[in-house]
Write a protein that binds this ligand. Structure first.
Ligand SMILES: [Zn+2]
Length: 131
């Protein structure tokens, strides 16, 4: 079972990852992942280990609402990371084995259109906004 991380836990974990990885050059940063990206081919998936999830077991149908409501800057490198909102409520949390950087991943779409997306977690962007 994967550990559920609250917004607070995610933020704390990201903060220690930032301290650990500060100034560390790692192959996982070849493509900037400050905002959501389709998972780049430059990223070696074997670098990543799953360390937790933002998906709630008690919520089988997480909302598609984005944060802030009506004005979500989804693709922005400064978009807030609000675990109760889309797409964060569908994400697992991953860490790079080599440098410790923290990432979120989820699969966008379904059927004919499937896109695996990834974004680095920045602790300062995590917001604990309730729905
Ligand atoms: Zn790395």
């Amino acid at each position: 079972m994967t550990d559920f991380l609250t917004a607070e836990a995610l933020s704390e974990r990201a903060r220690s990852a930032e301290i650990q990885s500060a100034g560390v050059i790692c192959d996982c940063t070849k493509t900037p992942l400050d905002g959501w990206q389709s998972q780049p081919l430059s990223l070696d998936e074997t670098y990543l280990v799953r360390v937790g999830t933002l998906m709630r077991e008690d919520d089988p149908e997480p909302t598609y609402a984005e944060y802030p409501p009506g004005a979500s800057p989804y693709w922005s490198a400064n978009a807030p990371i609000a675990p109760h909102y889309f797409p964060y409520n569908r994400c697992d949390v991953w860490a790079c084995k080599h440098c410790g950087r923290l990432y979120l991943r989820y699969t966008e779409g379904g059927g004919y259109f499937v896109d695996r997306r990834i974004r680095e977690v920045k602790s300062r962007l995590v917001v604990d906004a309730e729905l």
